[in-house]
Design a protein around this ligand. Structure first.
Ligand SMILES: Cc1cc2nc3c(=O)[nH]c(=O)nc-3n(C[C@H](O)[C@H](O)[C@H](O)COP(=O)(O)OP(=O)(O)OC[C@H]3O[C@@H](n4cnc5c(N)ncnc54)[C@H](O)[C@@H]3O)c2cc1C
Length: 342
């Protein structure tokens, strides 16, 4: 077993509600670690609408999804939360009263007093392209994310898609890979225009290939890809030699492993009581889009409120011997000291 990471609170999901919870926990001296399946923080705000303006964050008339994420990161800085990105919490196991052991898909192990499920709509999961038999190559030759660029050195890489991820990885991997081919179903890309221009310049210089069409079959053996059959827009069928394929067809949200943690669920949401947003398992809380209770609305501001109330109850589990005295940040010198604003 890898070294166990001990923390007061493990927050599963670094969306806006999880991020703000670290602030409320920090004010009450609780240290938080985050795990998020995405390789960035901000949840839906950063992944689904980074540039769209949000108009209903209290006191902020207008802020973009990315702007809100950055502001929340700035706000929680004094509490130095630790982020484990690109990892999914797979198991949550009760080991005390309350105490939990949580493991991720990369084998990290956490032990904590309190678990905060801030998993939004669940885990963002890559959409699988409709290619027969693709499952046999997943994890060996077909990858839906680039965790380590070095793994693609000297590979014959086929990147499929026409959005930002496809274009970004085309540009990032082409200096490293033996050859990169970008395949998209039409000669029209949804990615940032300057990335598209850079890609076209590389194609013009003969440094990479661009093909139009769709993958209809894969060839190889024992999980090792050797080629992809492509039906071109002109209906011609051809073979692209490749040992690695990276399809970027977007993300869907699935509840994922939350369903296996022994927590009561209701229509794929986690029912909570509304004084602290605790689940049916004492010490496990659910805040933000993942929870449900009478009157729930899926707004970021509701998740912020839930994080504040959750922290009060979490304090009882982390510091059972300490009495909590309510304080305002405006007037408490002790809170201001924690925030470094004295
Ligand atoms: C287009 C659009 C516009 C919107 N506009 C507004 C608006 O104007 N105002 C407003 O208030 N709300 C708006 N919303 C809703 C708002 O974005 C959500 O309410 C908010 O993001 C919920 O935050 P969260 O922290 O609960 O979850 P999320 O933002 O969904 O984040 C959850 C995180 O948990 C991670 N995760 C899930 N399962 C696991 C696991 N097992 N292990 C590790 N990580 C995991 C996910 O990867 C994700 O990053 C909008 C949503 C969309 C899609």
């Amino acid at each position: 077993m890898s070294d166990v990471i001990k923390t007061d609170v493990l927050i599963i999901g670094a969306g806006p509600c999880g991020l703000f919870a670290a602030f409320e926990l920090g004010l009450l001296d609780m240290k938080a670690h985050f795990v998020d399946i995405l390789d960035k923080v901000g949840g839906q705000c950063a992944e689904l609408y980074p540039e769209k303006p949000i108009y209903d964050i209290p006191g902020i008339p207008q802020v973009s999804g990315q702007g809100l994420t950055e502001a929340l990161m700035e706000q929680i800085k004094p509490f130095h939360p630790t982020f484990h990105l690109g990892e999914m919490v797979e198991t949550v196991e009760k080991i005390g009263d309350p105490a939990f052991r949580c493991t991720t898909d990369t084998g990290k192990v956490f032990e904590c007093k309190v678990v905060v499920i801030a998993a939004g709509g669940g885990s963002f999961q890559p959409k699988r392209p409709p290619v027969p038999g693709i499952e046999a190559y997943e994890g060996t030759s077909v990858h839906y994310a680039v965790r380590k660029m070095e793994n693609f050195r000297d590979k014959n890489v086929l990147i499929v898609g026409g959005g930002d991820s496809a274009l970004d990885w085309t540009l990032n991997l082409h200096p490293l890979a033996k050859r990169v081919t970008l395949l998209h179903r039409r000669d029209d890309f949804r990615a940032a225009p300057h990335s598209v221009e850079q890609m076209r310049a590389l194609v013009a210089d003969g440094k990479m290939d661009l093909r139009l069409g769709q993958v209809t079959a894969l060839s190889g053996a024992d999980g090792q890809l050797t080629g992809a059959t492509v039906k071109g827009n002109d209906n011609n069928v051809s073979e692209i030699a490749c040992d690695t394929m990276l399809p970027f067809f977007g993300l869907t949200m699935k509840l994922g492993p939350v369903a296996n943690w022994g927590i009561a669920l209701e229509n794929n949401l986690v029912p909570v009581e509304t004084s602290a947003f605790e689940t049916n398992v004492p010490g496990v809380f659910a805040i933000g889009d993942i929870n449900t209770y009478p009157g729930k609305i899926k707004l970021i501001l509701c998740g912020f409120h839930e994080g504040a109330l959750m922290s009060q109850k979490a304090h009882r589990y982390v510091y059972p011997e300490k009495r909590l005295v309510f304080q305002y940040t405006t007037s408490s010198s002790s809170l201001q000291k924690k925030l470094g604003v004295n």
